[in-house]
Design a protein around this ligand. Structure first.
Ligand SMILES: Nc1ncnc2c1ncn2[C@@H]1O[C@H](COP(=O)(O)OP(=O)(O)OP(=O)(O)O)[C@@H](O)[C@H]1O
Length: 321
C-alpha cells in the first residue's frame, strides 16, 4: 500500500519541470491467433491528468489496459508505468487501482461489507474503507445491500474498491457503460475529485462525447494503433469550428451546396443543415454566396466539433452517426 499521494504539479511550467508521465509506452503489439488486437500502440498518460483512451469497439482499449495491469503481455513494445518497466508489473501494481468491466461485488452484502472483504484481502484497514467511501461519495449508501444499488452506485462502489490501496494511478475501462445521464454526471464529478486529490486517471470509452468535458489529455485509438494523442490545445487544432447553415426552404439545399462548393468551401449535409468548413470570420462571405443565388439563410451559426467529430476528422473520415 502506498503511504502518500503526490499532489499534481502547479500549472506554471517555469516553476517546476514536468513530472514523469504516469504511463509511457511505445510500439505495443499484441495478436491473438494471428489477428492483431494492437498494431502500434503509443500511450502517454501525464502525471495528475485525466486521460481519455477513446476508440470504437474492438480498437484495442481493453487489451491496452490489460497489458498495463499485467493481465496480458505484449508481443512487442516497451515502456514504463509509474517509473517501473512494463515487464515488471509487480513493481508498480501496488500503486495502481483498476476497474475493468463490471465490478465483482456480493449483492447480498452491503457496500461497506463488500469493501471490508476486499480490504482484508488487500491488507488495508478501516481508514482506507472510510477514505474510499468518502472519495466516491458513497458514505450514505454504504450500509445498504448492493442488490438495491443502481448501476451507477455499483460503479462507484467498484471505484471505491479500486481506491482501497490508495493508488496513484487509476485505470477504468468503460466505466460509463450503461449509466444514465445522472449516473454519468455523478461519475464525472467523482473522477474530477480524484484528480484534484492527486490521482492520475486513465479512462476508456467508445462513447467519445462523454469524455470531452471531463478529460484534459486525449488518446485516439483506431484498429489497434494510436492515431492522435495530446492535450486540449493539441485537440483544438484538429477540431476547427464549422459554419452550420440552413436555407429557408429544403429544396434550396442542393443549389446552396453547389454555390458554396463553387466558392471553394467543403460542405457536408446533416439533415436539413449544411456544415461548411469555414472559419467564423467567413459568416458574411457565406451570406453573400447564398444571396447571389437568391437564397436567404434561415440559420447561420458557428459550431464547435464534438470529440467524436474530432476523432473522425483525425481519421480522415466522416462521422458514422
Ligand atoms: N483474448 C482474446 N482472444 C482473441 N481475440 C481477442 C482477445 N482479446 C481481444 N481480442 C480481439 O482484439 C480486438 C481488440 O479488442 P479489445 O477488447 O481490446 O477492444 P476494445 O477497444 O476494448 O473494444 P470494446 O469497446 O468493444 O470493449 C478485438 O478484435 C477483439 O475481438
Amino acid at each position: 500500500m502506498t503511504s502518500a499521494i503526490p499532489r499534481p504539479r502547479p500549472a506554471d511550467a517555469s516553476a517546476a519541470p514536468p513530472a514523469d508521465p504516469a504511463v509511457h509506452v511505445t510500439g505495443l503489439r499484441r495478436a491473438y491467433e494471428g489477428r492483431a488486437a494492437l498494431r502500434h500502440l503509443d500511450l502517454t498518460v501525464p502525471a495528475g491528468s485525466l486521460t481519455a483512451l477513446v476508440g470504437p469497439n474492438g480498437s484495442g482499449k481493453t487489451t491496452t489496459m490489460r497489458i498495463l495491469l499485467g493481465l496480458d503481455r505484449p508481443d512487442a513494445g516497451s515502456g514504463t508505468v509509474l517509473g517501473a518497466p512494463l515487464t515488471r508489473p509487480a513493481r508498480y501494481l501496488p500503486a495502481v487501482g483498476a476497474l475493468i468491466e463490471q465490478p465483482a461485488l456480493y449483492p447480498r452484502l452491503t457496500g461497506r461489507t463488500n469493501l471490508k472483504v476486499l480490504a482484508e484481502l488487500a491488507g488495508c484497514g478501516d481508514d482506507s474503507i472510510r477514505r474510499a467511501l468518502r472519495l466516491t461519495g458513497m458514505e450514505e449508501q454504504a450500509d445498504r445491500r448492493v442488490a438495491a444499488y443502481s448501476l451507477g452506485m455499483r460503479q462507484r462502489l467498484g471505484i471505491a474498491a479500486a481506491l482501497l490501496t490508495e493508488p496513484r494511478l487509476l485505470i477504468l475501462d468503460e466505466p460509463t457503460n450503461g449509466l444514465d445521464p445522472v449516473g454519468t454526471a455523478q461519475l464525472r464529478t467523482l473522477l474530477r475529485g480524484l484528480t484534484s486529490d492527486g490521482i492520475t486517471v486513465l479512462i476508456s470509452s467508445h462513447q467519445l462525447n462523454e469524455l470531452d468535458a471531463l478529460c484534459d489529455h486525449f488518446v485516439f485509438l483506431h484498429q489497434g494503433a494510436t492515431r492522435f494523442q495530446g492535450d486540449r490545445d493539441a485537440l483544438a487544432a484538429c477540431r476547427q469550428p464549422v459554419a452550420e447553415t440552413a436555407p429557408e426552404r429544403t429544396d434550396q439545399l442542393a443549389p446552396l451546396t453547389e454555390a458554396f462548393e463553387a466558392a471553394g468551401y467543403r460542405v457536408r449535409r446533416e439533415a436539413d443543415r449544411l456544415l461548411v468548413d469555414a472559419p467564423p470570420d467567413q459568416a458574411g462571405a457565406l451570406n453573400r454566396v447564398a444571396a447571389a443565388q437568391g437564397i436567404t439563410l434561415a440559420h447561420l451559426a458557428v459550431r464547435h466539433p464534438t470529440l467524436e467529430e474530432a476523432f473522425f476528422s483525425v481519421l480522415g473520415q466522416e462521422p458514422q452517426c
